[in-house]
Design a protein around this ligand. Sequence first.
Ligand SMILES: [Zn+2]
Length: 190
Amino acid sequence: MARKQGSKQLILEFFLQNIGRVLESRDIQEASGGAVEWARRVRELRNEEGYQILSHKDRADLKPNQYLLETTHRVPSFKRNISKETRAWVLERNGYTCQMCGAAAGDPDPFGGSRTVRLEMGHILDKSKGGDDSPQNLRAVCSNCNEGLQNTALPKPDRIHLLAQVRRATIQDQRVLLEWLLKKFKLETK
Ligand SMILES: [Zn+2]
């Protein structure tokens, strides 16, 4: 926990020393003391602490590995506008599954070693394009997809190919799938 706080503070100081200057991913990571989760820390500074750190999602002239803080002015985070009830409703509606990559809450995180997948609220129509925080515009998205780590949304497999895949899988993998399905539907019928 202490180390986590540390890298976020280091990143913040780096941004504050470079107001108005475009910063590259590798420089931010270096400034963070080499934190693996530097991108998550950047997002926390933005979403939880209200620093207006811009990325390629906000400005067309920024490349995907570039970030920019133009002002020390902080805005209240929109994350807090989404109530616990809304969050619970959206997660339930989406079956506790990332709507971009299909990872489920509690699955091993493909990027995170010993971490497990964490679901967050994503916007169907981006806020920069006028989307709001209403439940209808929200969906469950894992933190990796939210950070753009998995930038390709997988198309939904059709049923015939999906079943063929499952039949070809090893018995052991089929058992893992069965356990996952049982767990999932127990959750949903509750
Ligand atoms: Zn995902």
